[in-house]
Design a protein around this ligand. Sequence first.
Ligand code: ZN
Length: 154
Amino acid sequence: MALDNLRDLYQQVILERYKKPRNRGTTTPVDRYQKGHNPSCGDTIELTLHLDETGDRIEDVRFEGEGCAIAMASADLMADALRGKTTEEALAMVQRFQSMMKGEAEFPNELRKLNVMQGVAQFPVRIKCANLSWHTVKAALEQSTAQPAVVSNE
Ligand code: ZN
């Protein structure tokens, strides 16, 4: 596939996720709640997690929020990818995503959907948009209880 077509495909996926997100809403119950904000673009996200009884596996991930297509698509793709993962796996994915935004990594085949965000690494001003939901889920997983909190990725 030519590079231009590949770029179009990525844009298509991002726009489709933005227009028709699959993971909007709030989990039932809410075991973790975390708000995130990206002041450089104005993106905000309210992320909720439902964990299993051990508190170590993510049963469900939902988000609410307002922002640009990149921030919202990134959150939606992230929610799909994190469902069923352990806390440890999820934190490793956060790290890998952040490395991908520096152009230093990509996801293996079973998580390749996340690689559609790879193109964002070429646009430094948008990297914070893509990272917002990942930054927010990291803060949510590092909480010991469901205390409301606000993080900023500035
Ligand atoms: Zn944004």
